[in-house]
Design a protein around this ligand. Structure first.
Ligand code: PRX
Length: 641
């Protein structure tokens, strides 16, 4: 664990109170005193349509809990069927903008029909309730159709990030043992075709479990279709019946698994359930993202990210929103593409990441000077800490001082937003995620699990169950217990450091475990290290996340070499290539340090916090448990290079 430094936060900071115009129309306006969490969550669950009510709101204690016990529900029904009973049936559900400029609009009725058809296709292909379907699709309407079709028949979806290299995709398929994979021939990125299906073919060489592949045609490039295994989506859809009743699911039935990187070993399949997850995603999308009937809503992350699951698909569609999907790069054909899309569709809510905001800021205001972006009314951020400079630019220049920014803290494991301003009632402090939402018992504690005084850094934990919490790690309950429940008694360990200021506002200081968060992509140090060790000359490796002054995090690798090998630029390049080949180019390290030894405790554990100190050019923290102190001198020389 990282040794915390006391934080000095007494610098006067500008505070932005909610503005009247926003408050008057906000979904949440008065400070709700939540006397009873269970009653609060029950009210939130009641926003959804249930086939049968629950007999108990919550059963059990951390870590094994059940929400809305014996309640019966279907997520696809809540995102589709219930909207067909009103005028919403012909409201745009999805507006897709392709990178080349093509456009496709699907109404709720269209989405319902396509989803029902594809649900029948899945059944025809032998998919049954409880089976896992791997989805490796770019941003496209078919990805949403596929997710909702799985949910409709009770199959469990597992979406894999398109940026992963074939081996990383294969790892996730092998862990889930899924028999069916949905993919596309390719997609557009900066004017080029990315050949998705080729990556799939390579990955599947390692995955004998996959018997069926369904391919969506997006770019119509020549691809290999393997006889008896590969089928075209459009051909299967041609014959499919467009009626499919939504399966009655138990509240606690698994809706999806989402692989994410942990501190140790292979990626873990985080298990989310139907009733609790949907309650969390839907209610926070209403309260934090303040969705209204007439909004045009854009969450600019990938669908396969948990953010996409909760705030592109399940949250917005359960609330009957109009959702934008954009396929391509933000700077294609030029750096005004995001603003052009906002203008073109009249986007009113824009939810993005600090990395994107910093990039837009660097590109400059001239890119939106000629676009009318005045439809924007609410801005949001997720994934990393937003530095105050970027926050202020986003607020003043993009939001023209009118639009609140909701900086939302949450994780794959939490399923939905946990700490965030409520835009109609919270005063905003740039860089802070404000306060825990109603029903969320967050706390900052010390090594012994005791609450720390205000202003002092500690570990962010959650003290009471919430509906959209992780229920397990797929097929690995032991790992679930070890990762989240073994650090503190009776509290969920988030792996993040934080402090609370004099007004009760939370400030996230980043990961305190060995998870590295780069531009919102989560990487495990163990995954990076094993990629490095595939190089025959690498003997030992340690991967860390290094923060710069803007809190931007980058991967940094320390390597020791085998006897006789010596460092060189060529070797550095080869090591970087190993990582790109094994994981993907988004995981590229910013720096590779060659060192004779790695600092270790007497127990043989690599002291990553010292490596972080070296990389960030800080004075070293406590070195008393270090086995060999001379290692440090050598590291300092490398670090100072
Ligand atoms: O370190 C925190 C950071 O992202 C981690 C969760 O990553 P992931 O599971 O991939 O989910 C990302 C999208 C929810 C957290 O442990 N993080 C997320 N939101 C914020 C954040 N750090 C600072 N401020 C945030 N608003």
């Amino acid at each position: 664990m990282r040794n915390f430094q006391e934080v000095v936060y007494m610098v006067p900071r500008k505070i932005y109170p909610p503005q009247d115009a926003f408050v008057q129309q906000a979904n949440y306006t008065t400070e709700r005193e939540v006397f009873d969490d269970l009653q609060f969550w029950e009210e939130q669950a009641s926003r959804l349509d249930w086939f049968a009510p629950w007999d108990q709101v919550l059963e059990g204690e951390f870590p094994f809990v059940k929400w809305f016990v014996n309640g019966k529900i279907n997520a696809s029904y809540n995102c589709l069927d219930r909207h067909l009973m009103s005028w919403r049936k012909n409201k745009a559900a999805l507006i897709f903008e392709g990178e080349p400029g093509d456009q496709k609009v699907m109404t709720y009725k269209d989405l319902h029909r396509e989803t029902s058809k594809f649900a029948n296709v899945l059944k025809e292909l032998g998919v049954e309730k409880g089976d896992i379907v791997t989805i490796y699709l770019p941003v496209m309407t078919e990805a949403v159709v596929a997710m909702l079709a799985c949910a409709r028949i009770g199959a469990i979806h597992s979406l894999v990030f398109g940026g992963f290299a074939p081996h990383a995709l294969a790892e996730r398929i092998k862990d889930s043992q899924s028999k069916i994979l949905l993919t596309a021939d390719g997609y557009w990125r900066r004017g080029e075709v990315i050949r998705t299906k080729d990556k799939v073919d390579e990955a599947l060489e390692e995955c004998p479990s996959v018997e069926t592949v369904v391919v969506v045609s997006r770019v119509a490039n020549a691809i290999r279709m393997k006889r008896n295994r590969d089928h075209w989506y459009h051909e299967l859809m041609n014959y499919a019946d467009n009626h499919c009743e939504a399966e009655v699911m138990d509240s606690e039935d698994t809706l999806f698994i989402k692989y994410t990187s942990g501190a140790t070993g292979k990626p873990k399949g985080v298990v989310h359930t139907t009733g609790g997850y949907l309650t969390g995603a839907s209610s926070t999308h209403y309260s934090v993202l303040d969705i209204k009937e007439e909004d045009v809503y854009w969450c600019a992350g990938d669908i396969e990210w948990i953010t996409g699951h909760s705030y592109t698909v399940y949250g917005p569609l359960s609330n009957g929103a109009t959702v934008i999907l954009y396929e391509g790069a933000p700077d294609f054909p030029q750096k005004d593409r995001i603003w052009e899309i906002i203008e073109k569709y009249g986007v009113s809510i824009f939810y993005t990441s600090p990395t994107a905001v910093r990039m837009f800021m660097k590109w400059g205001n001239k890119w939106f000077a000629d676009h009318d972006i005045s439809t924007l009314r609410l801005l949001g951020s997720v994934g990393e800490t937003m530095n105050p400079e970027a926050w202020t630019w986003f607020y003043e220049e993009v939001g023209k001082g009118r639009c609140p920014i909701v900086d939302t803290w949450w994780q794959t494991e939490t399923g939905s937003i946990m700490i965030s301003p409520l835009p109609g009632m919270t005063s905003l402090k740039p860089g802070s995620v404000a306060t825990p939402l109603p029903g969320i018992a967050a706390e900052v504690v010390d090594d012994e699990g005791r609450p720390v005084p205000r202003g002092r850094n500690g570990y962010l934990v959650i003290k009471k169950p919430w509906p959209s919490m992780i229920r397990n790690i797929y097929k690995d309950t032991q790992k679930f217990l070890d990762t989240y429940w073994s650090v503190f008694d009776g509290a969920f360990y988030t792996g993040d450091g934080a402090y609370v200021d004099e007004d009760g506002y939370y400030w996230i200081s980043g990961r305190v475990d060995d998870v590295i968060n780069v531009s919102g992509y989560r990487l495990g140090s163990a995954e990076l290290e094993s990629a490095v060790l595939m190089h025959p000359l690498a003997s030992e490796a340690a991967a860390i996340g290094m923060n710069d002054k803007n809190k931007r995090s980058a991967v940094c690798i320390f390597v020791t070499l085998t006897e006789g090998a010596s460092p060189s630029e060529a070797l550095e390049q080869e090591i970087v290539e190993r990582i790109v080949e094994e994981i993907g180019s988004f995981a590229k390290p910013e720096r590779v340090y060659f060192t004779k030894n790695l600092p270790k405790t007497r127990g043989g554990k690599i002291m990553r916090r010292l490596l972080r100190d070296v990389a960030e050019g800080r004075e070293l923290g406590d070195t008393s448990t270090l086995l060999d102190v001379t290692v440090i001198d050598e590291l300092m020389i490398r670090g100072g290079k």
